[in-house]
Design a protein around this ligand. Structure first.
Ligand code: CTP
Length: 412
């Protein structure tokens, strides 16, 4: 496929190098047209090297090739990223002062704008009107992602992640012109990793959770356009870029963070391995072994069930009734019941909307890169199986969550 990639003059231009890589690695022939302003952020040498094609934004270069007409005509797809307020305005009013705007006027195929700008610019009536005009003419304009902007503030205006723009572009080419990222405008809170319950300043009770599945879920939700908030207990993998991270240590800390985050979350996914018990007493000083006293005995007390509390809180609040609460179950099965029987019972007991069931054993799931899960729904639909790498499984879970949010009536 022949793709024209227009690059606008915003700080997010650097992220477009990754988008270009995704296009070229998928076998597409990409011609990059950077605006004059964008070359102050990323130079043309980068685009030439990564695309393998000559790069210009002047209608007076290679005039014999009539690029200002040819590039738009021949393109199977035009993608503009970052689409700045200025570029959206120029496109909406049909200006043709440089090669990119000429190409937009000549485009025969689908056109996708991936906006990035400060929240106030995005929400300004002028930009709203320009976006409406462009959409009205059949162009796809993605909703920008929310999160930290260039300065200290945050809000909608971030460039969607390169993978998200790539997915939207491919969907557009397949004729889905109304395509929006399935979780655009949604806030998804995900608890990940394993809690650590202290015994004394140097010791804790922990578990084998690596956090890989939760992090993969965060990436999939982010790529689906969500604002992602990670409540991160102990993890063996780094938190991904483009998500907000709040560190927690114990089940009680996680509970507090989860209940606070619930106030403005469309989805809460409890993928963390939460300790069911914590030591009844935590010593302020290191517990020493002594020959003159008996060896210590650890007494445990039960931690609150965070998932259950989240469901109760959601059910009690009318405003929150559209919120989707997703639990995870790690089951081994035993002589009393198999994995699915235990999971069904857990789903009913905890009352969450979806329960993702992992079959765990000493060598299965924890820390592994691949996985097989069954998604159970409280509404009683058929159990859905998903398997593959943790990335693939996470994408399937996020697709199911998007479906529930966008197509299933409010809960509770
Ligand atoms: N969970 C929670 N709070 C707890 C324990 C677990 O929110 N105190 C959540 C987990 O994050 C997960 C789900 O509950 O989403 C299921 O956890 P699991 O450990 O499998 O279930 P348990 O309630 O501990 O049941 P069991 O004793 O059968 O293992």
């Amino acid at each position: 496929m022949r793709i024209v990639l227009g690059v606008g003059g915003g700080i997010a231009a650097y992220k477009v190098a990754s988008l270009l890589r995704l296009f070229t690695e998928a076998g597409h022939d990409v011609t990059v047209i950077p605006t004059e302003a964008s070359t102050r952020f990323v130079g043309t040498a980068t685009w030439e090297a990564l695309s393998g094609n000559p790069v210009s934004n002047s209608v007076f270069d290679d005039v014999h090739l009539v690029n200002h007409v040819r590039l738009g005509h021949e393109a199977d797809l035009v993608v503009v990223a970052p689409a700045t307020a200025d570029l959206l305005a120029k496109a909406a009013t049909g200006q043709a002062g440089d090669l990119l705007t000429n190409t937009l006027l000549m485009a025969h195929g689908p056109v996708l704008f991936a906006p990035a700008m400060h929240t106030e610019m995005w929400q300004h009536a002028a930009t709203r009107a320009n976006v409406e005009t462009l959409r009205g003419r059949g162009a796809a304009v993605l909703e920008p992602a929310s999160g930290r902007l260039t300065g200290a503030d945050s809000g909608p205006g971030r460039l969607p992640e390169p993978q998200a723009i790539f997915d939207a572009a491919m969907a557009l080419v397949q004729g889905r012109s109304d395509y929006q990222l399935p979780l655009a405008g949604r806030t998804v809170t995900i608890s990940v990793g394993g809690t650590r319950e202290p015994l004394d300043p140097v010791r804790f009770l922990g578990n084998r959770s690596s956090g890989k599945q939760g992090v993969a879920l965060a990436v999939a939700a982010r790529n689906a356009g969500a604002t992602v908030r990670l409540l991160a207990a102990h993890m063996e993998v780094p938190a991904p870029a483009g998500v907000e991270v709040q560190r927690v240590e114990t089940a009680l800390e996680l509970r507090e963070a989860a209940l606070a985050a619930a106030a403005d979350s469309d989805v809460i996914i409890m993928s963390a391995a939460v300790a069911d018990f914590r030591p009844a007493e935590v010593s302020d000083t290191k517990i020493k072994k002594r020959d003159d006293t008996a060896d210590p005995v650890i007494t445990l007390v039960r931690n609150p069930d965070i998932l259950q509390e989240l469901v109760e809180k959601r059910n009690a609040s009318r405003a929150g009734s559209g919120q989707l609460v997703v639990g995870f179950a790690a089951e081994t099965g035993d002589s009393q019941g198999d994995v699915l029987a235990y999971a069904q019972a857990k789903l009913q007991r905890k009352g969450c909307d979806l329960l993702v069931v992992n079959h765990v054993g000493m060598d299965k799931v924890f820390g592994q890169d691949s996985n097989a899960v069954v998604i159970l729904s409280r509404a009683g639909s058929e159990p859905q199986e998903a398997s593959g790498t943790k990335t693939e499984v996470s994408e399937a879970i996020i697709r199911r969550i998007s479906f529930e949010l966008n197509h299933v009536s409010p809960r509770a």
